[in-house]
Design a protein around this ligand. Sequence first.
Ligand code: NAG
Ligand code: NAG
Length: 749
Amino acid sequence: MGRAEAAAMIPGLALLWAVGLGDAAPNLPRLRLSFQELQARHGIRTFRLERTCCYEALLVDEERGRLFVGAENHVASLSLDNISKRAKKLAWPAPVEWREECNWAGKDIGTECMNFVKLLHAYNHTHLLACGTGAFHPTCAFVEVGHRLEEPVLRLDLKKLEDGKGKSPYDPRHRAASVLVGEELYSGVAADLMGRDFTIFRSLGQNPSLRTEPHDSRWLNEPKFVKVFWIPESDNPDDDKIYFFFRESAVEAAAAMGRMTVSRVGQICRNDLGGQRSLVNKWTTFLKARLVCSVPGVEGDTHFDQLQDVFLLSSRDRQTPLLYAVFSTSSGIFQGSAVCVYSMNDVRRAFLGPFAHKEGPTHQWVSYQGRVPYPRPGMCPSKTFGTFSSTKDFPDDVIQFARNHPLMYNSVLPMGGRPLFLQVGAGYTFTQIAADRVAAADGHYDVLFIGTDVGTVLKVISVPQGSRPHSEGLLLEELQVFEDSATITSMQISSKRHQLYIGSPSAVAQIALHRCTVLGRACAECCLARDPYCAWDGSACTRFQTTAKRRFRRQDIRNGDPSTLCSGESSHTALLERKVLGVESGSAFLECEPRSLQAHVEWTFHRAGESAHTQVLADERAERTARGLLLRGLSRQDSGVYLCVAVEHGFSQPLRRMVLHVLSAVQAERLARAEEAAAPAPPGPKLWYRDFLQLVEPSGSGGANSLRMCHPQPGPHSVATESRRKGRNRRMHASELRAERGPRSAAHW
Ligand SMILES: *[C@@H]1O[C@H](CO)[C@@H](O)[C@H](O)[C@H]1NC(C)=O
Ligand SMILES: *[C@@H]1O[C@H](CO)[C@@H](O)[C@H](O)[C@H]1NC(C)=O
């Protein structure tokens, strides 16, 4: 049995997670940017309406230059260039009667009996289609947005509302998954108040409304719909299919295993008209297959079962886009998320493979071996593959077979057979994904933006490993886009404007896809960052332009190797030498913190008057912290030059050179007195001193983990003279400031 088949039928071991994964440390981003940093330096923009929650529907309209937003009781129209600028909004509350009915039905008037706008689609040149929960009374409306750029319009006629049943969910906690094709809306929702009648539904447009067989667990078994896409199959529109992505309870799981969630891709034909005698007004072309995202292991595969989101990345060929999907685990044992990539050809292959069939006294699910009727269920009626012009002409045996065999036996496996990117034990899960294909100096790269349930966006690039199609995800950035760590519930990208729009229960945020200047001020740093949007232009890390001259765009995404690219670039000249004073038997802190969290620091020491360099190894006197090197119990022998070198990806880059001068206690006292006579201590160093104390003696548990290990054990001298020392430190730093003109460069006492 191949892996695809094994996965399809879920052997008992499949849920066991491989031992190896448990030991895996979470991937560290190369750069981590806080909300404050994004706000101060990288132009993050935020939009929120007063007393309004749940910015769940986002629609990018490149032509009008607007971002349309659906939230609780509101639709808003924002500028794509700056969502904080000149926003227009319209109120769309649920009528009082509906809210009262909702309340009588036992729902909460304040949190549930509202109109949560769940879907927004561009309908025609002048109108959007908007649907909301309408206080458990789903409703749709056409919102007038005008057709001219200059004067954004936002108007809604409350007298002309459409029934939203089967379009928007009733329950604000449910997600809407839908696509508008022409004038037809294809949606996956619960179509009843109780939230039990799940359906894949077609409405609006000229074609008849169709749905899935109700209350048949073989078709849908408590599904949670995630995304819907329209993907052409050939040049003939009659072959067009609609693909549904969802997760549901596995009907094929052995009863002994209890309830088990699996992820699915389902298909229907756009030109399906339903059956004539049977399956009337129901889909006759519905098929579904399992979507597997797992890590192969010796003791069984580790499955990421909970599909969270799918992004369709178009290629030049509209029929073969790539599907980027994020999953989380349902395991109680560990928390993990993964990105898996699927090719449309693999999806189609599963639908052309064997059907799953429940058979025999044990009711085992097996591969159907009998005769499959013609035309093969799942095929669209078209001239391309057959002679039938409508599903109403399909023979009865085809309809019967389709009704009883919606599930395929083979699963769809991810490209490369495993996740592109994993995050295990990081304390968050992935919720959303968007992707952008970027032209770089050495080819095209897919850049992924992954939203999490803690308000962060991860930026990951897909780098080919060896022979394609195997790729690996590299975590470049972790951005805190919501200050309140709200779950990211929607995400839209504008490749044209290089912007990402992110929705959460509390607000909408906008950030640029790249922040080249933050990557560093040297060619090597820019190169090591491996951001396909950025390149070294000879003097700075800037936006990569395919049109610029080759020597002005140094970039190596595939290998991130600066040794050849940046040769001749003088990064050493930027290295400032700093003086640090220390006192015998006291301590000194040599600050050196690489920007990249993926770099590690090496220290070399060159003793004054000697020619040899030695590496500073960690011992009880020399402690490495995330922010630098802490030297304790100083002796005169420690005087000399300390060089801090960041090593990343096998490449070394000198960051700082520090000259430590260790004074005897007598010298220190003399210096302090001279200082005092010259000038009183300015207020600055006092602050600086407090900073430093915090650094080595963090209070509370809120500090970074790495700092917690950094408690200096004071030697006998330092304890005895604690209060005096504090005063002295302050004064001594004053001299240092004057010598260096660089606050917080180093410390001593
Ligand atoms: C966006 O617009 C707001 C409001 O007009 C303004 O304060 C802010 O500076 C703008 N941001 C950018 C990056 O243009
Ligand atoms: C767009 O659709 C709306 C709603 O059906 C309709 O009122 C409007 O006239 C249409 N506009 C165009 C340009 O077709």
